[in-house]
Design a protein around this ligand. Sequence first.
Ligand code: ATP
Ligand code: MG
Length: 386
Amino acid sequence: MTDTTHLIGLLLGTEEDWPRAFEEILRRLGPVKGPGGTRHSFDCERVTIEPFGLRDRPRYDLAIDRLAYWYYHPREWLKKVALMDSVYLLNSPFTFQSMEKHAAYCAMMRLGLKVPETVLVPFKHPVDNARYAYTAAKYNQAFDLDAIAERIGYPLFMKPYDGGAWRGVSQIRNAAELHAAYDQSGEMLMHLQRAIEDYDVFARSLSIGAETMVMRFRPDQPMHLRYAVDHSFLSPQSGREVVTIGRLVNAFFRWEFNSCETLVKGTEVVPIDYANACPDVALTSLHYYFPWAMKALVKWCVFVLVTGRRPRLDLDAGRYFEIADDAGASYAQKLEAYRELADDYFETERYEDFCVARLPHLDEIVLNWVAGPGFDQLLVRTVRSE
Ligand SMILES: Nc1ncnc2c1ncn2[C@@H]1O[C@H](COP(=O)(O)OP(=O)(O)OP(=O)(O)O)[C@@H](O)[C@H]1O
Ligand SMILES: [Mg+2]
């Protein structure tokens, strides 16, 4: 019997809750049988930040990244190990760096999704660059902010093109608020986006590999109250559409650990936010859904490592655009065609079979852990920020 040990690297910022949970579940899982009588064991380490040679060989087989979106030294390490050493990354640092929320809006509009009308306006304050004054004087067109807002229609949202954590997001109801928000935007680059009013449900979906959990989200509530425990808040059709949109965004950009926000109004599903390189998986906000998230993360890592799934650094945009450009296909038919591509990328069926055949005991392992004192301790330490 061939024995293989796989090393998983966790690239972390300040979080302790989910890494402790992940490490514990992986430890309890033990070795997993692979194809052809192989046996796979898993070790997990936290990646430290230090100088690295570009030809150095990393010890890791897979890395879960929660840091590179703001800390650039490890971001460049991720790119090096992806390009040179085929280390499997749950998210592509290449597309996360180049595809801000803005580019994701563009791509999803190109695919025909119902992204609200959105306009990008130039910086309010001069950019800190010696060439700015000359360039702006020569090429910046004067524009009428009020006219743009009126064309989109009030109320609208002003928010940064690269968004995250509600930084700089404001709801605008009239011209006075519009100018106040724009004056305050300073050197942030801002979108104006039509507001979806009186929506029925805010559905936030968290995707980890081939799995997606759609949760009823209440953005006005604090902490754990934001994610309501509710299992039938969408019609089957809207539920499928929400899952498809999340999976489509992820497959398109090669993101495997991401969240997607959609507003559902009647039968319309409107995506408003995706490209979250570091989606919320905190114990204190996910609460009920936390064990699911940890299980999905362990399962996806194990599936990737045992089956030898290869990372894809390229995009396959042309195949998606072909569907988008099919004049004879309805929106529903296009969604189904995207879903097929996305499920193909994530090997959804193979993953589900793998979990049934190789990880049938994981549910019980996680249940035992959650019901025991270890989880209780984790909860107390997290709430006390230890
Ligand atoms: N077009 C819109 N229509 C209605 N509500 C919106 C719209 N855009 C944003 N919002 C509201 O503003 C919130 C913040 O916007 P958005 O998610 O785009 O910013 P963010 O900085 O990425 O936030 P986060 O990191 O919390 O996801 C949304 O959760 C939603 O409640
Ligand atoms: Mg958001």
